[in-house]
Structure formats: structure tokens, C-alpha cells
Ligand binder design. Structure first.
Ligand code: KIV
Ligand code: NA
Length: 275
């Protein structure tokens, strides 16, 4: 049996919550695949893996390379790849060109783009031409310079109305699902109740039809910046440090490598006696 399909995800509206995580590499995708309905190759790769301050400098080539790696490491989840900043906002034609390139190069099933009502024409254009689109509203990290920072959204009536209008616009335009990021609970709840496509929350309440987290955040592998909405399910960063420190100590004491790690020792145990 193959991967979870876009129509299957779309049909999960109001049903069993949709499980999503980000993935950027083959080994991580291999570990996550069986537990996820959707693996998102997010442009968060720029901040999480490349150490960038924002996602703005992420390129299409980066998304293609990480997308290929995630496709190689997965066989069950639906793989969705982010369109990076500057690769789709100029026109619906530019968006189609970028999306088609990414889909053809990687074999992914869909793309995600940040934007609401202002991107509705683009979403409709892509959807009608064989490119399933996941929208991303609320806090849109590619708009960091317009927003003046990473701030939660929907805090007053006008802002709440904007998020709801964006959700309705992307659903009407044919998006198969929409990520709602960093948005107050009541707004995410209303949006989820009022649109007919699955909402995927990240800092947007359990009322959403599914959840997504950045994998490195939830594993404790990335701690430069930890938003309120992140829950730590593991502390792999600490494990990495412990392993590196143990290794360093053993190299310095020459207890690593031991006989079993060496070639051509016929009688393990004798080496140290000879020395
Ligand atoms: O880039 C990303 O990881 C994302 C998720 C946080 C939704 O867009
Ligand atoms: Na993203």
C-alpha cells in the first residue's frame, strides 16, 4: 500500500486528528514516517538546520534537496514541501513554475505556501492545474519584516476577523488543508468550525483537525528559540552533548578505539600486553 493521499487527508476533516511533523533528512524521515500522516519539509530548515535568523534566505534548491532526502526516507506519509520566500508571491505563474519544479524533482504530493486572501488567486490557479496546495495563515514567518517580529495573531477583533477571512478565502480557493500558526485559541477554534478543510494547528489550540510541530523543537535538538507552543517530547540535544563528551574523554585517554574497533588484531586482548 502506498502513501497517504491528498484526498485522504482532505477527507479527515472533523475526524481523527491528523498527525504532522517536519522532516528535512532521510534518517529523520525514516524514524517519523510510520507515525505521521503528513511529513512537512518546512522552510524552517533554514533556521533549524542552517542557523539562519529567519526563513527568508531559504532557496528552492534547498527545498528540492531536503525534499528528495525526505522522500527517500519515507513510504507512508504524504510529503508536502514549503515554497520558500520569493518563489511564489510575484504571480500565480511564478508560483506554478516553482511548485511544478519542486514536485517534478522530488515526487512530493503537494506544496505549502504562506498567505490568505491575497494568495487565493494563486491557490486556485495551482489547484486547478494539478498542484495540491496547503495554505498557511495566522503567524506567517516569511512576513517577519512586515509584522516586526514573531508575534501571536488574532489578538483583537480586527486581527481575528482577518484570520477568519484568510481561512475562508484559502478554503474557497481550493486549498486541501490549512496550517494555522501562533493564533489565539478562540480564533483557531472558530476557523476550524467554519471552514470545510482540515486545519493543522501549531500554537493554535487542540480544536484544529490536526497538529504539526518542528521535529527538532519537540526533540530538544534546537533550542536557540523555543516558542510557547512547543512541547519537548525528548531532550536529544543533551544526549548528543553527553555522547560527544564521552567520546572526547575516551579519545584523550586512548580507551577508544578498543581492540574490537581495530583491524588486524588476531588475538584481541594481546595488544596492550605487547605494548
Ligand atoms: O516551516 C515549517 O516548519 C512550517 C511549520 C511550522 C508549519 O511551516
Ligand atoms: Na514554513
Amino acid at each position: 500500500k502506498g502513501r497517504v493521499t491528498v484526498p485522504a487527508l482532505r477527507a479527515r476533516k472533523g475526524g481523527e486528528p491528523i498527525v504532522c511533523l517536519t522532516a528535512y533528512t532521510t534518517p529523520m524521515a525514516q524514524r517519523l514516517d510510520a507515525y505521521c500522516d503528513l511529513l512537512l519539509v518546512g522552510d524552517s530548515v533554514g533556521t533549524v538546520v542552517y542557523g539562519m535568523d529567519t526563513t527568508l534566505a531559504v532557496t528552492v534548491d534547498m527545498m528540492v534537496n531536503h525534499g528528495k532526502a525526505v522522500m527517500r526516507g519515507s513510504k507512508h506519509a504524504c510529503v508536502v514541501i514549503d515554497l520558500p520566500f520569493g518563489s511564489y508571491q510575484e504571480s500565480k505563474e511564478q508560483a506554478f513554475r516553482t511548485a511544478a519544479h519542486i514536485m517534478a524533482e522530488t515526487g512530493c504530493a503537494a506544496v505549502k505556501l504562506e498567505g490568505g486572501a491575497e494568495l487565493a488567486d494563486t491557490i486556485e490557479f495551482l489547484t486547478q492545474r494539478g498542484v495540491p496546495v496547503m495554505a498557511h495563515i495566522g503567524l506567517m514567518p516569511q512576513q517577519v519584516n512586515t509584522l516586526g517580529g514573531f508575534k501571536s495573531q488574532g489578538r483583537d477583533d480586527a486581527a481575528a476577523a482577518r484570520v477568519l477571512a484568510d481561512a475562508k478565502a484559502v478554503a474557497k480557493a481550493g486549498a486541501f488543508s490549512v496550517v494555522i500558526e501562533g493564533t489565539v485559541e478562540a480564533v483557531a477554534r472558530t476557523v476550524s468550525a467554519e471552514i470545510n478543510i482540515p486545519t493543522i494547528g501549531i500554537g493554535a489550540s487542540p480544536a484544529c483537525d490536526g497538529q504539526v510541530l518542528v521535529t527538532e523543537d519537540m526533540l530538544g535538538l534546537f533550542s536557540d528559540f523555543t516558542p510557547k507552543f512547543v512541547k519537548r517530547y525528548a531532550n536529544l540535544g543533551d544526549l548528543v552533548e553527553k555522547a560527544a563528551s564521552d567520546y572526547a574523554a575516551e579519545v584523550k585517554s586512548r580507551s577508544f578505539p578498543a581492540d574490537e574497533h581495530c583491524y588486524g588484531i588476531k588475538n584481541p586482548g594481546n595488544l596492550r600486553a605487547v605494548n
